[in-house]
Write a protein that binds this ligand. Structure first.
Ligand code: AMP
Ligand code: ZN
Length: 463
């Protein structure tokens, strides 16, 4: 397999340390709000990577859940997003984390992303984070300011290894303007923040340096190394994390262990809106629920993501959603047609198609090419229905688009509460409780629907 490695800036052949256990860490959601479909694009690409690796190797896939410490600015300024979420909704930060994490997994599952082997919550790993900061302190990489313990990036000479010297200098120049007097270098970052003196935080812990909370970057290093060892095969995330978050993860992990932290850094490009960035803080975001409310199958969004390479920006629009939904519907109809006429059978020909498909996915996850092969196969005169079903079953193990799903006949758009009244009325009529049946008919009418009794049962229409 070949993967584009951000650290080397080219496509490298992927060689795991232990082919019997590939290790992969993915930065997880900050659970202070709904995940938007941009965030979910990143998880879809990571899922494609996980599924492709699993064709040849067992994989340990770790994902964190950031439920503390991610400040409004990735560069350690502003308030903690969790505490902000709590203030916004009048709930506790713990309740906010629980609610949005549950919602996150529902969206993740709806898009057929495979659950990670290990899910690690930041608030459950404070001990490991403190231990890592202590190691960095003992090795002389830290200093204290009035608001926390900071990492001195000038002490780590490979600080620019992920992004290159030019970009780090640019970053330093930009950061200098807002730099607090106490920071020694513009790129220095907080490892441990003290709780403010004038305000009680909801999430805070004791530490050797005083009561406070961990920095956002330290959480990923501490949890990744706890579950996967000092050197990971693969670390993923969105492209926005390259310059600050992942650069800082390398600095703190490698300074602490003296070993290379990650062999392959794999980053996904952004989903954007025509009007600009999709952002949670800006309030301009689309969620899986919004897509569902508009009548889309969430897998049509997965289809849309697969139709663009993970390293190219993808512009979201409802026109492109419509065309993805239509393509998925047509593809499923052809797959179902093949399945209705024959059972899967593996032959030399279907094997050759599986190999072509695998080669596309193993070429830096070329999902658009893999998807094109699937289209070619369903239309091909060269493959029998049995061979098509065999190939499509294999391809769907990676694409996860429910290719053999039969489209249900369109249902009248009846709200759940009206449907419950209709069910109750059907039961009343069966029990010959005519008075109750009439009362329910009136109640259904008050909810805006007309019910008629026909030989086929109740028929309902909007008034
Ligand atoms: P967050 O919940 O903000 O910590 O982000 C979760 C993941 O989504 C990270 O890997 C981000 O890099 C990624 N991400 C954020 N915005 C976008 C976007 N518009 N498109 C694709 N990925 C994104
Ligand atoms: Zn992270």
């Amino acid at each position: 397999m070949y993967l584009h490695n951000t650290a080397t800036r080219h496509k490298d052949e992927f060689t795991p340390q232990n082919p019997q256990n590939v290790t992969m860490y993915c930065c997880g959601p900050t659970v202070y709000n709904f995940a938007h479909i941009g965030n979910l694009r990143t998880y879809i690409f990571e899922d494609l990577l996980a599924r492709t690796i699993r064709l040849r190797h067992p994989l340990t896939h770790v994902m964190n859940v950031t439920d503390v410490g991610h400040l409004v600015s990735d560069a350690d300024d502003g308030e903690d997003k969790m505490e902000l979420g709590a203030a916004r909704e009048g709930k506790s930060a713990w309740d906010i984390a629980k609610f949005y994490e549950e919602k996150f997994w529902a969206d993740y599952d709806a898009l057929h992303c495979t659950r990670p082997t290990v899910v690690s919550r930041a608030t459950k790993h404070i001990k490991e984070m403190i231990a890592l900061v202590k190691t960095l302190e003992d090795k002389g990489y830290t200093y204290r300011t009035s608001d926390g313990i900071y990492y001195d990036t000038s002490k780590f000479d490979r600080y620019d290894s992920l992004v290159g010297h030019a970009r780090i200098s640019g970053l330093q120049g930009g950061a200098r303007v807002e730099m607090s007097d106490e920071k020694r270098n513009p790129t220095d970052f907080a490892l441990w923040k003290f709780s403010p003196k004038d305000k009680k935080r909801q999430m805070e812990w004791d530490s050797p340096w005083g009561v406070g909370f961990p920095g956002w970057h330290i959480e990923c290093s501490a949890m990744a190394m706890k579950y996967l060892g000092h050197t990971l095969d693969i670390h993923c995330g969105g492209i926005d994390h390259v310059t600050i978050h992942h650069t800082n993860e390398i600095a703190q992990s490698e300074a602490a262990t003296g070993k290379k932290y990650v062999n392959y850094w794999v980053h996904g490009e952004f989903l954007i809106l025509r009007s600009g960035k999709m952002s949670k803080s800006g309030g301009t975001f689309v969620t899986v629920d919004v897509l569902k409310e508009k009548g889309y199958d969430p897998l049509a969004y997965r289809y849309l993501c697969l139709s663009a390479h993970y390293r190219t920006q993808l512009e979201f629009s409802y026109e492109s959603m419509d065309s993805a939904a239509k393509s998925l519907k047509n593809l499923r109809a052809l797959a179902v047609q093949a399945k209705q006429s024959a059972a899967a059978q593996e032959t030399e020909k279907s094997k050759a198609w599986k190999e072509k498909f695998t080669a596309a996915m193993e070429d830096d996850l070329n999902a658009p090419k893999a998807l094109a092969l699937v289209w070619e196969a369903v239309r091909s005169a060269e493959l029998s229905a049995a061979e098509k079903v065999d190939f499509l079953t294999f391809a769907d193990g990676i694409l996860a688009l429910d290719l053999f799903k039969e489209e249900a006949a369109p249902k009248a758009d009846i709200p759940a509460q009206v449907q419950a009244l209709l069910d109750a009325r059907a039961a009343a009529r069966k029990a010959k409780e005519w008075k109750k049946s009439d009362e329910l008919r009136d109640e259904i009418a008050r909810a805006g629907y007309l019910v008629k009794d026909t030989p086929q049962g109740q028929q309902v229409e909007k008034k």
